[in-house]
Design a protein around this ligand. Structure first.
Ligand SMILES: *Cc1c(COP(=O)(O)O)cnc(C)c1O
Length: 418
C-alpha cells in the first residue's frame, strides 16, 4: 500500500461520508450482538436517539473551563452527586474520560497523599493479580511500585496474602467489584478493614459494576458490600460508559473526603498565559460525553436502570446455564454479575481445546476475548436476542473443535482490551 499523503485536494462531504461508511465493512458486528466487549448495547432505540442528539448539541464545547458553559458544568456536578449518592458516598469526585483515567487519578492521589500526609516518599500499590491492567499502567506512568498478589481458588483477592504483602510503605489496597477476567467481586469489606487498620487508602475498582451492582441489589440478587457503606473504602472508580449505558468518555472517580479529591487538582500560574487549572488529567475535555452521561441517567432514571438490570440478569442466566450444560465446558469462577470466563473441563477424558472452540466461533462471526484460562463473555441486554444462536454455535464449536484449523490455542490476543 502506498504511504498515505496529506490530502492535496479537498473532497465533498458526501464523498468523505461514503468513504467513512465503506471503511466499516470489516468492523465487528456489535449491533448484531456478535461481540462481548468494547461496546455495551442496552437495546434501547430511544436512548440511542437521545444520545445522538445530545452529542450533536455539545459537539464543539470544551469542558476545560467550568465557567464557560455553566449548563454543562451543572450537568457534570449533578452526575457526580447522582453517582456518589447511588454508591452511598458524600459527593466528592469528578468525571473523567474513562476507567483508566479514573484509576490513574486514584493512584496519583494515593501517591501524593502518602507523600504529603504520611511522609512516605515511595508508597506502594497493592492489588490482586486480577486487577485491571490500568493499575499496572498507572504504576508505570506514575513511577509507583506495584505489588500483585495471586487470587485464591475462587478467583477473589486472597485477604491473608494481601495482608502479608502490606508493609509500612503500603499506600493503597485495591479490590475490584467485580474484576474483569472472572466477574467476581473481591472481599471488599475485609480488604477495606485491612487498609483501615493499617491507616492506608482502599480503592474499589467498580469500573464494571459501579452503575450495575446498585440495581443488581435492588432486583434481589446477592451483592456483597462493596461501596462507600463499607468503612475504610476511600475511593471508587465507576464507568458510566459501560453498564451506565452512555457512549464512550465518561467515568466517575469518587472519594470519601474532600481532601483526597483536592490532591487530584492542578493549579498553575508560572507561565505568561494566566492561571490554568484542571481537575482531571486532560486539558481540553470533550463536552458530549458529559452531557450524554447526564442525559442517559436523567432519561433512564431508577426504573430504566432496574429494567435493564432485570433483562440483563435473565440473559446472564440463559448464557450461564447454557454454557454449563455443554459437556466439556465449565464456567471457571461462578460470576457475581454479568461477566464470566468459561474454559475446557479438565475432568473429562478428552478435554476440549478451548482455543480451537474460539476459532470455530470466530468463523461463525462471534468475537470472544481469549484469556489464559478460556474465553470471556461480557453480556448486555441485547444478547438476549442472540442467546439461542450463540449456544447452538457453541455446541457446534465444541463438537468440531478437534477438526478446526489445527491452530494451537492462541491466548492473550486482545483479552481485556477494554
Ligand atoms: C474497563 C475496565 C477498566 C478500565 O476502563 P477503561 O474505560 O477501559 O479505561 C478498569 N477496570 C475494570 C474492572 C474494567 O472492566
Amino acid at each position: 500500500m502506498e504511504k498515505p499523503q496529506f490530502p492535496s485536494e479537498s473532497s465533498s462531504v458526501d464523498d468523505v461520508l461514503a468513504e467513512v461508511r465503506a471503511r466499516r465493512g470489516d468492523d465487528f458486528d456489535w449491533r448484531g450482538g456478535k461481540t462481548f466487549s468494547l461496546v455495551y448495547h442496552p437495546d434501547d432505540e430511544d436512548l440511542d436517539r437521545l444520545q445522538e442528539a445530545v452529542a450533536r448539541e455539545y459537539l464543539h464545547e470544551n469542558a476545560l473551563n467550568p465557567f464557560a458553559f455553566p449548563g454543562l458544568t451543572a450537568m457534570e456536578m449533578e452526575v457526580i452527586e447522582w453517582g456518589s449518592g447511588l454508591l452511598n458516598g458524600p459527593g466528592h469526585g469528578r468525571l473523567s474520560s474513562g476507567g483508566t483515567e479514573s484509576i490513574f487519578l486514584a493512584v496519583q492521589t494515593m501517591r501524593d497523599h502518602a507523600r504529603a500526609k504520611r511522609g512516605i516518599a515511595e508508597p506502594v500499590l497493592v492489588t490482586a493479580n486480577t486487577a485491571h491492567p490500568a493499575f499496572a499502567k498507572a504504576a508505570k506512568y506514575l513511577d509507583v511500585e506495584h505489588v500483585k498478589v495471586p487470587v485464591g481458588a475462587d478467583g477473589r483477592a486472597d485477604v491473608s496474602a494481601m495482608a502479608a504483602a502490606m508493609d509500612e510503605r503500603t499506600g493503597m489496597v485495591v479490590g475490584s467489584a467485580p474484576c474483569y477476567p472472572y466477574g467476581v467481586i473481591d472481599p471488599i469489606a475485609e480488604l477495606a478493614g485491612l487498609a483501615a487498620a493499617a491507616g492506608v487508602l482502599c480503592h474499589v475498582d467498580a469500573c464494571l459494576g459501579g452503575l450495575l451492582l446498585p440495581f443488581w441489589e435492588r432486583i434481589g440478587e446477592p451483592v456483597p458490600p462493596w461501596d462507600f457503606r463499607v468503612d475504610g473504602v476511600t475511593s471508587i472508580s465507576a464507568d458510566i460508559h459501560k453498564y451506565g449505558w452512555t457512549f464512550k468518555g465518561a467515568s466517575l472517580i469518587l472519594y470519601r473526603s474532600k481532601d483526597l479529591l483536592a490532591e487530584q487538582f492542578f493549579l498553575y500560574d508560572d507561565w505568561p498565559g494566566g492561571l490554568y487549572g484542571s481537575a482531571t488529567t486532560a486539558g481540553t475535555r470533550p463536552a458530549s460525553p458529559i452531557a450524554s452521561a447526564w442525559a442517559t441517567i436523567r432519561h433512564l432514571g431508577e426504573p430504566g436502570y432496574v429494567a435493564l438490570a432485570r433483562t440483563l440478569r435473565d440473559t446472564v442466566n440463559v448464557f450461564r446455564d447454557g454454557v454449563e450444560a455443554i459437556d466439556g465446558l465449565v464456567i471457571t469462577h461462578r460470576p457475581d454479575m454479568s461477566v464470566f470466563e468459561f474454559g475446557s473441563d479438565p475432568d473429562v477424558d478428552d478435554p476440549v481445546d478451548i482455543g480451537a472452540v474460539g476459532d470455530v466461533m470466530d468463523d461463525r462471526g462471534w468475537h470472544l476475548d481469549r484469556q489464559q484460562g478460556g474465553l470471556h463473555l461480557m453480556l448486555w441486554p441485547f444478547h438476549a436476542r442472540v442467546a439461542e444462536e450463540f449456544l447452538a454455535d457453541l455446541r457446534h464449536a465444541v463438537a468440531n473443535a478437534g477438526e478446526s484449523r489445527g491452530v494451537a490455542a492462541s491466548y492473550g490476543g486482545i483479552a481485556g482490551a477494554d
